[in-house]
Ligand binder design. Structure first.
Ligand SMILES: [Zn+2]
Length: 117
């Protein structure tokens, strides 16, 4: 287990809470301009509301976990490349806190994200 920084997040209605233990890989935006932070798969733990989560497979590269009460997307899983994308509305990460690992930058570009410098 890491003793690194912790980040907390929750959906709009507060039914689902989550925690991220570690350092974000990068910050960026999707093709619609929505802000995301990107994380290794093993950094995410859910707190309350696990039973509220609704999973939807968008494609073979993308699975979305949303709150069943308010409908907000909590996590976008890109399991094949080993990355989770967290909407900025769910988990707010300040610029400069990301690790900026070059390997995932290429993978995230391939998934359609534009990364912040
Ligand atoms: Zn909710």
């Amino acid at each position: 287990m890491s003793n690194g920084p912790y980040y907390h997040g929750e959906c709009r209605c507060g039914a689902v809470t989550l925690m991220l233990c570690g350092t974000p890989l990068a910050l960026g935006r999707d093709c619609r301009g929505e802000g995301f932070s990107f994380w290794p798969l093993d950094t995410l733990q859910f707190g309350m509301g696990l039973e509220e989560i609704v999973a939807r497979d968008v494609s073979d590269q993308e699975r979305r976990l949303a709150c069943g009460r308010c409908g907000e997307t909590l996590v976008v899983e890109h399991e094949r490349v080993g990355v989770l994308a967290l909407p900025g509305d769910v988990c707010d990460v300040a610029p400069g806190e990301a690790a900026a690992k070059d390997r995932v930058h290429g993978e995230l570009h391939a998934l359609g994200y534009h990364l912040d410098a």
